[in-house]
Design a binder for this molecule. Sequence first.
Ligand SMILES: [Zn+2]
Length: 247
Amino acid sequence: MTFFLLRSTRRALLRGLLLSLGCAACLSATSTSAQARPFLVCIDPGHPSETSDGASDNGLSENKLNWQVGQKLRQKLLARGIAVVMTKSRLNQNVTNRRRAEIANQAHADILIRLHCDDGSGRGFGWYYPDRSGHKYGVSGPPREVQAASREAATLINSAMIPVLRGSLSSNPVRTDAATFVGGNQGGVLTGSIFARVPTALIEMCFINKRSDARFIASTQGQDKMATALTVGIEHYLKNRRLWASR
Ligand SMILES: [Zn+2]
């Protein structure tokens, strides 16, 4: 925060100096470079972690699906000039949920996107965000402003994804961490959310125990479509967000 204020103050002083010199061309160049930082998305392909190795059903491994879609999403975001940091560097790397959030925090990511697949009663994709603060390992979080920005992110991304996936996957209402199994068992907040200091949203991309959902997410075309829908959703969020700007 201090750094940001200092940098803003310096920029304002420079702008004033340039204006007093009548240097319009210099001013626009300065403004452009000040806004040149690319968006940065932290992609978190869920599992394995301290909680679980991920679901398996219909011959599918959730861990593998999360990883495959994560890799495709990474490529698509990079192709659109959006920087990416991953929470894992290989399929079976075990990373705690706390660490996943800390990777996003340390990178000052604009958003932490957590990729999962569900196994239970339901169908289609659904987003989850933290709407309250939880406590774990002596830490409380996420802060109120992260909760609000996470809600905004989940809502905007979800709305932009629905038309892309229509006919392939059904959508579900955006819900809070409290509606998840793990979140519901620890005060209504997921561990990754408690430690997040940047906006965070988790998607259950489908239900792998549902035959039609499983067929979709197992296919290359389905994974491509999911990654495209996520890219469209993330871009929509980054362009239209009102509550958050990391740096
Ligand atoms: Zn999962």
